[in-house]
Design a binder for this molecule. Structure first.
Ligand SMILES: Cc1cc2nc3c(=O)[nH]c(=O)nc-3n(C[C@H](O)[C@H](O)[C@H](O)COP(=O)(O)OP(=O)(O)OC[C@H]3O[C@@H](n4cnc5c(N)ncnc54)[C@H](O)[C@@H]3O)c2cc1C
Length: 495
C-alpha cells in the first residue's frame, strides 16, 4: 500500500452507518474516504426492519423507492399452536400514509440489500468504498487526526480533519479512545441464519413454540429470494453447529413433527444480546456513530435505524463546520443523539421481555417518527410563539402546499437536499441566504397552506434543519435572534 491521502473526513466501517454518512457527505461535496476492513460487502440479512422515519431519511438521500423495490411490506405472522392449529396476525398495524406522515409501515429489507442500495448511491455521487482496508491506529493532535491503515499490500496513513468510527459493536475506535461502554448482557443468546428450506410456504412469517424459550423458532421469508431468516433463542453457553447439517438437526429438534428440509445456509451466527451505550460520542476530532456507540437487542428493529439516523444527524454538521460554521455546532451531535439511543435501549429491552412471553405486536413507538430534540441547544422557540402545531426540536411533518403556479407540492420535495429551509408566513424583509431555501407561505406567497396544516401564524418564521427537524421558531420581530441562530449553524455569508 502506498496510501498517504489527505481528506476532510475518514469514515471507518462500511455498514449501514458508515454508508449513510458517505452518501450524505458525497452529496454535499465533502472530501472523505470510507474504508472497510472486509474485502467484500457483508452478506447477512441482520437488521431487516426499516422504520418509517428512516424511510423519510432515505427519501431525502434519493433512495427510498429503490429500497422499497428491494424489499417488501412485513408479511403476516403465523403462530403455529400445539396440535397444528394456527393464527395469523399482523405484527404492525396496517396504517397507510398520510399527508403529514407519508410512510407509516416499516419495510422488510435484508440488511445486505439496504447496504447495496446505499453503495450504489455512493457510486452515483462519484465516490466509493475502499474494501480490504482496516484502521489500525490514530492520533488526534487537535488540528486533525493521523490515521494508520493497512491492507493486504502493507501499511499507509490518512490525514483527516475528522475521523468517524462507524466500525460496529466491537469498535476499534471506541476501544482506542478508552471509552466506557456500560450496560448489560441481557442473558439471551440466539441464532440467526439465512437459509433455503423446503416445507414452509413463503407467504407468512412462521412462528413456532412462542413463549417457550427452549423450543421457540421462527422463519421470516426474505423478499426477492429463496431465503428465510431463521431466528431462535439458544442456551447461553455451549458450541452451536451452524453447518447445514447442524442447522437441520437444530430445526428437527425443535419441530420434530414438521418435515422441514434445509437446502442451503447462506449465513449463520450465534450471538448474545446486549444493551450498551458509549460514555461519549465524541472525543476531540473523533466521533462514534451506529453500533460503535450503542447496541440493542434486535427486538423492535431499532439498531440499524438508529445508526442511519446518527449519521444523518452528524453529516450536515460536519459539512457546515468544514465550510466555516462555528465548531461548537459539532457538540450538538452527542447532545442530541445519545439520549435517543438511551431511550432505544429501554424500548428494545422492554420489547425483548414482551417477546419472551410471546407478545409480538409492535406499534408506533418503534416507528421513530416521534423522536425529538426538544430542549437541546439547537432547538430554539422564541417567546410568544405559543405551542403551535410545530415545536422546535420536533420532526418537521410533510404537508401538501398549493403552488402559485398551479400544481400542489409536497413539502418534503421542496425541502429535499442538503440545505436548510426557512418557511415564512406572510410578508417580511427576509433576504436570501446561501444554504437556506426560502419558502414564503400565504395568499401572496409562492405557496399556500390551504388546510393550515403547519399552523403558522402571520409573521411566523420556521427554520427547518437539513435533517428535517424544526430548528427554531421566530416571529416577525425576532430578526436579530434569527440572524444569531443562523450564525451558529451556517458558515458566514460570503461578502
Ligand atoms: C439478528 C439481528 C437482527 C437485527 N434486526 C434489526 C432490525 O430489524 N432493525 C434494525 O434497525 N437493526 C437490526 N439489527 C441491528 C443492525 O444489524 C445493526 O444495528 C447495524 O448493522 C449497525 O450498523 P453499523 O454500520 O453501525 O455497524 P455494522 O453493520 O456492524 O458495520 C461496521 C463495519 O465496520 C467494519 N470495521 C470494523 N472495524 C474496522 C476497522 N478497524 N477498519 C475498517 N473497518 C472496520 C466492519 O467490518 C463492519 O462492516 C439486527 C441485528 C441482528 C444481529
Amino acid at each position: 500500500m502506498k496510501d498517504h491521502s489527505i481528506v476532510d473526513v475518514l469514515i471507518v466501517g462500511a455498514g449501514a452507518a458508515g454508508l449513510t454518512l458517505a452518501v450524505d457527505l458525497a452529496r454535499r461535496g465533502v472530501s472523505f474516504r470510507l474504508i472497510e476492513r472486509l474485502t467484500e460487502p457483508f452478506q447477512g440479512s441482520r437488521g431487516k426492519g426499516i422504520q418509517p422515519r428512516t424511510l423519510e431519511v432515505f427519501e431525502d438521500l434519493g433512495i427510498v423507492d429503490r429500497l422499497a423495490a428491494a424489499g417488501s411490506p412485513y408479511p403476516s405472522q403465523r403462530l403455529h399452536h400445539p396440535g397444528g392449529s394456527t393464527t395469523d396476525m399482523q405484527e404492525f398495524t396496517l396504517d397507510t400514509g398520510t399527508a403529514a406522515e407519508p410512510y407509516r409501515r416499516p419495510l422488510l429489507v435484508p440488511q445486505f440489500r439496504t447496504e447495496a442500495v446505499l453503495r450504489d448511491r455512493i457510486i452515483e455521487l462519484g465516490q466509493r468504498v475502499d474494501y480490504g482496508v482496516a484502521l489500525t491506529g490514530f492520533t488526534d493532535d487537535g488540528d486533525g487526526v493521523a490515521a494508520q491503515i493497512a491492507d493486504a499490500g502493507g501499511a499507509g496513513t490518512i490525514r483527516c480533519r475528522y475521523l468517524v468510527g462507524a466500525d460496529g459493536a466491537r469498535s476499534f475506535v471506541r476501544h482506542a479512545l478508552s471509552l466506557g461502554f456500560p450496560g448489560k448482557t441481557l442473558g439471551v443468546r440466539a441464532i440467526v441464519a439465512d437459509i433455503e428450506i423446503d416445507g414452509l410456504d413463503r407467504a407468512v412469517w412462521h412462528r413456532f413454540n412462542e413463549g417457550d424459550r427452549a423450543r421457540q423458532i421462527s422463519f421470516c421469508p426474505l423478499p426477492h429470494s429463496d431465503m428465510f431468516q431463521l431466528q431462535a433463542p439458544i442456551a447461553i453457553e455451549g458450541d452451536v453447529d451452524l453447518s447445514p447439517a447442524g442447522v437441520q438437526a437444530f430445526i428437527d429438534a425443535r419441530l420434530p413433527e414438521r418435515a422441514i428440509r434445509v437446502r442451503a445456509v447462506h449465513w449463520a451466527s450465534a450471538y448474545s444480546m446486549n444493551a450498551r451505550l458509549a460514555d461519549r460520542y465524541r472525543v476531540g476530532n473523533v466521533f462514534l456513530v451506529g453500533d460503535a456507540a450503542h447496541i440493542h437487542p434486535p427486538t423492535g428493529g431499532q439498531g440499524l435505524n438508529t445508526s442511519v439516523q446518527d449519521s444523518y444527524n452528524l453529516g450536515w454538521k460536519l459539512a457546515a463546520v468544514l465550510a466555516g460554521a462555528p465548531a461548537a455546532l459539532l457538540d450538538s451531535y452527542e447532545e442530541e443523539r445519545r439520549p435517543i439511543a438511551a431511550g432505544m435501549l429501554g424500548l428494545a429491552a422492554d420489547l425483548l421481555e414482551k417477546a419472551r412471553h410471546g407478545e409480538m405486536r409492535r406499534g408506533r413507538e418503534v416507528h421513530q417518527l416521534d423522536l425529538s430534540y426538544r430542549g437541546a441547544a439547537l432547538a430554539v422557540d422564541m417567546p410568544g410563539r405559543g405551542d403551535g402545531v410545530l415545536v422546535a426540536g420536533d420532526r418537521m411533518p410533510d404537508a401538501v402546499l398549493q403552488g402559485a403556479a398551479g400544481p400542489a407540492h409536497r413539502l418534503f420535495d421542496l425541502m429535499a437536499g442538503p440545505q436548510w429551509t426557512l418557511l415564512v408566513r406572510g410578508g417580511g424583509a427576509d433576504r436570501p441566504r446561501a444554504g437556506v431555501i426560502l419558502l414564503r407561505i400565504g395568499s401572496d406567497g409562492a405557496l399556500r397552506d390551504d388546510g393550515d396544516r403547519l399552523g403558522m401564524a402571520d409573521g411566523d418564521r420556521l427554520l427547518v434543519r437539513p435533517d428535517g427537524y424544526v430548528g427554531a421558531r421566530f416571529g416577525a420581530d425576532h430578526g436579530p435572534a434569527m440572524a444569531a441562530y443562523l450564525a451558529r449553524v451556517l458558515p458566514p455569508p460570503r461578502s
